[in-house]
Design a protein around this ligand. Sequence first.
Ligand code: PMP
Length: 456
Amino acid sequence: IRGISMVDPNTLKRLLDRERQAFRERNPRSAAAYAEAKGRLFGGVPMTWMNKTAAGFPLYLAGARGARVSDVDGHEYVDLCLGDTGAMAGHSPQATVDAVAERFGVLGGATVMMPTEDAAWVGGELGRRFGVPYWSFSLTATDANRWAIRLARAVTGRPKILVNSYCYHGSVDEVLLVVGPDGEQVSRDGNVGAPVDPTVTSRVVEFNDLDGLERELAYGDVAAVLMEPALTNIGIVLPEPGYLAGVRELTRRYGSLLINDETHTFSAGPGGCTAAWGLTPDIVTIGKAVGGGIPSGGYGLSAEVAARLEGMSGLDLIDMGGVGGTLAGNALSVAAMRATLEHVLTAAAFDRMITLAGRFTEGVQQVIDEHGLPWSVTQLGARAEYRFTSPAPRDGGESNAAADPDLDDYLHVYLANRGVLLTPFHNMALMCPATTEADVDRHQEVFATAVAELVA
Ligand code: PMP
């Protein structure tokens, strides 16, 4: 029996080898495409993270629609990965496809350096959902965070950004640090070409740790706390009662802005955790799902932050001052956001998605209970994730300590070999408007047999 997951390592190794072998046999065309790309793409993949594969090579996409993905070997999958949230609206949702075709094909024009009327509609709708009225667009959540951080520094005149340990907010220089084993603040392992040690630009505390937060804010040099209302990139870690209210109170008391990154926690409802839990951040950032699969993102500013920025002189927000991008807010991206928000990720869709995630969570919990495993499953709206420790971790450090890469790989390959995709990097399942009860039940059935074989 190994670690806290209570799994026999020999059994796990034998089953993982068997499943990887089956994966290779099932997917000859993906294997060949990967071999072919090796000499032409750095790392053999379009983006280096695509080498995060449980079985040695990635599946190659043929097509995707709704909650279904098919690969080049002709297999169809129930997709619970949904592009790690980028496709929370479902793959190629019809309303978004139509709006994109109209904008790009019929009317014409994607990147023209002219606004479209869709943009104000999207700003108004995001304002209504997330409670912050003034929006600006990006093409990724990473850029939304980078630009929000710059604005927060400008407004407060303070240098540092505070984040939670084992957060992820994109490839943003300021966020790549963790609380180390002795409580010290350190760069994340493997931080590639960091411009400076992140402890120079940032502070980091564990999630759910208000004492730690107060200690760090008391230095008086924190421009903004950048956080997810629930951690989602180290398993799901939910806030304890009073934690988020405490964060808001402390940030106000010490003069730091609060930025909620809702890129993943958008799963909590039409206005993310911000609306679902009545939060009042100064800035909200978002990306991924908001454009229904077309690169999109943005940041929303409170009236107060917007007014303070507008009252400042010497900020170059027009040209080369460090905020913005040529293609940000382009007509195609904005048309996609409008269609996705207006017709796809609606309140009614969230109701269904959240009910399905509840069904998923109950099913997984049943399997855990049946075998008496010390594992946990946590739901956040339309998303749920299992973790190999119980009770569910209360911060990023605890959750990181419960990681078991071989067990992750085993479940991922086992499920993929039987037509179910989970998110690489996570044991995460996300529901989209097209997901069905049968899809959830398919996962349940396969997960149950994967676990039964493991503990047999
Ligand atoms: N914020 C959060 C909370 C995320 O999970 C991610 C990506 N996983 C990002 C920002 C960055 O998104 P992107 O890589 O699309 O820029």
